[in-house]
Write a protein that binds this ligand. Structure first.
Ligand SMILES: Cc1cc2nc3c(=O)[nH]c(=O)nc-3n(C[C@H](O)[C@H](O)[C@H](O)COP(=O)(O)OP(=O)(O)OC[C@H]3O[C@@H](n4cnc5c(N)ncnc54)[C@H](O)[C@@H]3O)c2cc1C
Length: 281
């Protein structure tokens, strides 16, 4: 099995954080994955593109990347896809075939597995709208099928967050549509992303959930925190709900900045912001 020792965290997180990971493993099939899980005895984290992760430089577990779980099979409107496949690449492939439903997903830098874990979404749509079910490896090493209902989707939430289940492959049901209009919609979504988000710097997307009836970005901006820095981690000048790595940030710097933002916003408004990104330390 491919394994990289002393890997750079920046190669596995869209924040491009400083630090070193002892080992990153790339199992090529379920058998290798099962053997690896036994060997690592719980001291691991499954990662996709690391686009929702803040990995501390003190983390001493291993990472498991399922990039070899990347089979794609499209049969009419049913899509069967490996958990390691890129969500944006899948949206493009489906658009080419005139399949509609993943337009919202184009531009979200995720793997399919990570997108299901999070019920990733944008523009009022999210994964559960197109998902039929998944095959997953449970904590007894059985491959189990979970239907959409079993997955208990919520806002940026699914059962995968609460139980030790590894998503192996995903079944999506799309609709027939017109390839040109589907791609047009995707281009429009991408244009809006570029306009609103600081894509010129490494980040992990929105940091905080929007509190009910409010906008986290607005609260952070009103607390005067745009441009506020902890070493290389800075509140974006373009969009206050993004923290960007302007060079040399460690996971610890991002975590410190998150805590400062929460304290300052709470002191000013009485609202405690809830972090949407996952901290691994
Ligand atoms: C510029 C930018 C824009 C973004 N825009 C959006 C957006 O519009 N909407 C949105 O929802 N998110 C957005 N995000 C956040 C991020 O892309 C999503 O949260 C995405 O779903 C994370 O996917 P990933 O594959 O990178 O997972 P990772 O970040 O690598 O992992 C996230 C979690 O999923 C788990 N996981 C990953 N794969 C599996 C698997 N196969 N089985 C079980 N668990 C697994 C990991 O263990 C971890 O707990 C954005 C991020 C960036 C950087």
């Amino acid at each position: 099995m491919k394994k990289i020792s002393n890997a750079l965290i920046k190669d596995y997180t869209t924040y491009k954080l400083d630090g070193v990971i002892k080992e990153v493993y790339f199992p090529s099939d379920v058998l290798e994955l099962k053997n690896l899980l036994r060997k690592l005895k719980g001291k691991y984290k499954i990662i996709g593109m690391g686009s929702n992760l803040i990995i501390s430089s003190n983390y001493d577990g291993a990472l498991i990347k399922l990039e070899n779980f990347d089979k794609l099979d499209i049969d009419e409107t049913l899509v069967k896809v490996g958990a390691g496949y890129s969500l944006s690449k899948l949206a493009l492939k489906c658009a080419d075939k005139g399949l509609s439903g993943l337009e919202f997903a184009f531009g979200i830098p995720a793997t399919i597995g990570g997108a299901v874990f999070q019920n990733a979404g944008a523009y009022g749509r999210q994964m559960d709208l197109v998902l039929e079910g998944i095959n997953a490896l449970d904590d007894k090493e059985n491959i189990v099928y979970l239907s959409k209902e079993d997955l208990k989707f919520g806002y940026r939430d699914s059962i995968l967050r609460h139980r030790r289940l590894i998503c192996l492959e995903v079944f999506l049901r799309l609709k027939k549509g017109d390839a040109f209009s589907i791609k047009e919609k995707m281009r429009e979504n991408m244009r809006m992303r570029k306009e609103k988000q600081p894509l010129e710097y490494p980040s992990a997307g929105s940091v905080f959930r929007n509190p009910p009836g409010n906008s986290a970005g607005k609260l952070i901006e009103e607390a005067g925190l745009k441009g506020f820095k902890v070493k290389g981690a800075m509140v974006s000048l373009k969009h206050a709900n993004f923290i960007v790595n302007i060079g040399g940030a460690k996971g610890e710097d991002v975590i410190k900045l998150i805590n400062i933002i929460r304290e300052k916003v709470y002191a000013k408004t009485g609202i405690l912001l809830e972090c949407e990104q996952e901290i691994i330390e």
